[in-house]
Design a protein around this ligand. Structure first.
Ligand code: HEC
Length: 240
């Protein structure tokens, strides 16, 4: 028995007549989503990674009192703008704990017979012949030999701190001059700079005897540093 399967397709394979116009049109246009290019994903990852590192290194833990020594100059100048200057006492306290407390103690009381106290010390707040210049000089070059502090004699050695920057030394000194009941005017970075330049050739630790021979300078309460000593003036050109 022969059965003929009905088909829309003509036997010669041509498109069936009713669909022909539709097929000729081609597919309807539609929105497509292409996958994000691989290089773009990598680029985004690199930027996010860099941003994370940058934040980690430069945010200072998002603390308000952060001190970034390479960017911030709290002693004046600075890059301008509305940024609030960090409190030198906060910085000074931190630097004091790191550098000085091991000998002079967090209390500033020192260790009897070994490390003299800073509390109410004439060397810190000023005394009969001790000036602010002496204090800065001790910090920059260190000190050795017999020294009288508040009527007691010590004979030991203090290392120099010349590796600290002007504003760091100023912060430490400002801190020890205003802590533990001490009340002397702040030491500015400019003043440290002046004293550093004036005694640039001094490498050995000072002795009390040597310091006593240097006239005392005192920073006026107004805060302005004393005028630079004559030694700071640029050298005169040699006479022709
Ligand atoms: C290794 C111990 C040691 C460290 C650290 C040290 N000092 Fe001293 N400091 C001494 C000694 C010892 C003397 C007395 C020196 C002498 O006998 O001639 C002294 C003397 C002083 C004096 C003068 C005397 C007085 O008591 O007022 C001051 C001011 C001073 N130090 C401040 C500092 C500051 C600020 C720091 C931190 C930057 C510091 N010292 C770090 C041991 C130390």
């Amino acid at each position: 028995m022969t059965s003929h399967t009905p088909s829309n397709e003509p036997p010669n394979g041509e498109s069936p007549a009713p669909n022909a116009p539709v097929l000729r049109e081609g597919p309807e246009p539609s929105e497509k989503r292409a996958p994000v290019p691989f290089w773009l994903i990598i680029l985004a990852a690199v930027i996010i990674f860099w941003a994370g590192i940058h934040l980690a290194l430069n945010s200072g833990g998002f603390r308000a009192d952060v001190y970034n020594p390479s960017l911030v100059s709290w002693s004046g100048g600075g890059s301008g703008g509305p940024a609030v200057a960090p409190d030198p006492k906060v910085i000074g306290k931190r630097l004091y704990s790191q550098n000085c407390a091991v000998c002079h103690q967090g209390s500033g009381m020192g260790v009897a017979g070994q490390f003299p106290p800073l509390v109410a010390s004439e060397w810190v707040v000023g005394g009969a012949w001790v000036g602010d210049n002496h204090l800065v000089k001790i910090l920059l070059a260190g000190m050795q030999g017999p020294i009288q502090v508040k009527g007691n004699t010590y004979n030991n050695a203090m290392p120099p701190w010349s590796q600290l920057k002007d504003d760091q030394i100023a912060a430490i000194l400002t801190y020890i001059r205003s802590e533990w009941g001490n009340a002397a005017v702040p030491i500015t970075a400019d003043y440290v700079k002046t004293v550093r330049a004036a005694s640039a050739d001094r490498k050995d630790p000072w002795t009390q005897k040597e310091l006593k021979a240097i006239p005392a300078e005192t920073i006026p309460a107004g805060g302005a540093a004393p005028a630079a000593p004559a030694a700071l003036a640029p050298a005169a050109p040699p006479a022709a």
